[in-house]
Design a protein around this ligand. Sequence first.
Ligand SMILES: Cc1ncc(COP(=O)(O)O)c(C=O)c1O
Length: 339
Amino acid sequence: MDINKLKGRLAEYPQVELMWGRTPIVHAANISRELGIDLFIKRDDLTGLALGGNKTRKLEFLLGEARSKNCDTVITAGAVHSNHALQTAAAAQKLGMKPVLVLRGVAENKGNYFLDRLLGADIRVFDVEAGGELKNYMEEIQGEYIAGGKRPYLIPVGGSSPTGVLGYIKAVIEIMEQCKEMNLAFDYLVSATSSGGTQAGILLGCKAIAPGAKPLCIGVGDPREELLADVRLLVEETSSRLGLEGGVPTGGEIEEATIGGYGFGGYGTIVKEVVDLIRSVARKEGLYLDPVYTGKAFLGLMDLAKREIIPPGSRVLFLHTGGLGGLFQYEDMIGEMLP
Ligand SMILES: Cc1ncc(COP(=O)(O)O)c(C=O)c1O
């Protein structure tokens, strides 16, 4: 598909501006040498909103839609360490909407939860295990706000709705434009995946305008079958909305792009292998990864390169999706794993 045609389709959707501008693509020279590949990093940890991260791109479309519907309150959900919740609260405040965060887990006054408090969000914490259980609480709280005369806009966990997915299709356009300027072409695009929205956007964007770049989306602990089901649905709903005739990833392509085996026992586990990798990458490249998403995904990338599933000499782009608040949310556990 022509890049300008895709740009035109996206421009039809309401958007707000939350990014500083384009995020840089930088070369990771030391790790490239170590792995025998040519590794670049797309710094979406530097989107500019609050601590940065992939959710900024989704929120440009999600809050664009909220605004077009005259909503004055934004309700979303996630774990207490949720980067998505923090980004949503920051964006909502900036745009004059009330942020309401429905969080799962046990609140401690640190990390992203602490930053959520600084942002003045209405935070409700429930000690439940599964993210799905938050849906009922969200609806209850939505009712409460409606009864109070407010117009709430609901964002699902991770901002992964067809509207949010548009943000990562737009990111692929940005990457392709940068590639043209830098005279680069990537064989692989590697990213963390969890609620599936970033992955769905990458798959749709690559299929439409970057067929030479193979997406490898590394699960960070959620059951692979659940992740696949979520991604399939998001791909289908988003592509039919955008009218991407023919340019839709097949079931086989979605399967191939969804990499399991690097979840270390489940979503949100903090493990020594990942902490060791975070230390090593910080020392080699002056770059921080987080323990919940990018650390696990980067470990997957390194393992795939060492096993030559990513062949030597490949040109690889790792999408740094942010999440650095996680280092502070879990600083005690991480600290105990340091030598
Ligand atoms: C830092 C970071 N990376 C990756 C992801 C995964 O993105 P998605 O939920 O779109 O799969 C998240 C989601 O919360 C995140 O916070």
